[in-house]
Design a protein around this ligand. Structure first.
Ligand SMILES: C[S@@+](CC[C@H](N)C(=O)[O-])C[C@H]1O[C@@H](n2cnc3c(N)ncnc32)[C@H](O)[C@@H]1O
Length: 210
């Protein structure tokens, strides 16, 4: 597996190519948001943090739903693309930040902490840091949008090239999330993707990562 620095460097390198998919991502992700919309308590969710926001596709869609959004990404090149893509959005801002080493926000700063296709790329240890940081900065809930265990040849090929932890991630994703995230709900939102949802309602506890 690549080191965290190498992992981020890959995203700096591919930001331009990744950005070509921005218009398509907005179409795909709009469908994902529609599939997951009932799980979001919209009357309570006004401030959203999008961790590993990439080129800003999801951030712009949360804004379309009326939320104020902060997008954070460890890759400066992705942040640059995201700012350019969302120039017309007054309610979206971006910053460079690494969720593994620590997000620059107070506890409970956002109603919802969201991340899309970030977890599977990180080592297990770094994923747990990501979940912990998301739990820390979120007041109401966290949503992890990522692969389900259903594989396809195309995804296997792309993820082999990315060199992340995809194959271990999908093998154990439900058990791992259940071990570390309290009152986990799993909601399929696409053919091969799920929302792994955790709400602070009830116990007020969200994360069992020490
Ligand atoms: C596969 S892309 C997904 C981008 C976007 N969320 C989407 O769904 O299109 C993963 C993104 O996570 C970012 N990332 C990876 N590790 C990160 C970390 N530790 N902290 C913050 N961002 C990270 C990468 O720079 C990249 O932009």
């Amino acid at each position: 597996m690549r080191t965290l620095q190498e992992h981020i460097r890959i995203f700096d390198l591919i930001a331009g190519i990744y950005n070509l998919f921005y218009p398509l991502q907005r179409i795909w992700y709009r469908k994902v948001l529609a599939a997951g919309a009932d799980a979001v308590p919209w009357e309570q969710v006004h401030e959203v943090l999008d961790v590993g926001c990439g080129t800003g596709a999801f951030a712009s869609l949360w804004a379309d739903f009326g939320c104020r959004v902060v997008g954070a990404d460890a890759s400066s090149k992705m942040v640059h693309r995201a700012r350019r893509n969302t120039r017309s959005y007054a309610s979206v801002q971006f910053l460079q930040a690494n969720a593994v080493t620590g997000l620059p926000f107070e506890d409970n700063s956002f109603d919802l902490a969201f991340c899309s296709y970030v977890a599977h790329g990180l080592s297990r240890e770094h994923r747990l840091q990501l979940y912990r940081e998301m739990c820390r900065v979120s007041r109401i809930m966290i949503i992890i949008h990522d692969y389900s265990p259903k594989r396809s040849i195309m995804i296997d090929a792309v993820e082999s090239l990315e060199g992340g932890d995809y194959f271990n991630f999908i093998q154990d994703v439900h058990a791992e999330m259940n071990r570390h995230i309290c009152s986990l709900k799993v909601l399929p939102v696409g053919k091969r993707s799920c929302w792994y949802i955790c709400s602070k309602e009830g116990t007020g506890e969200v994360c069992r990562v020490p």
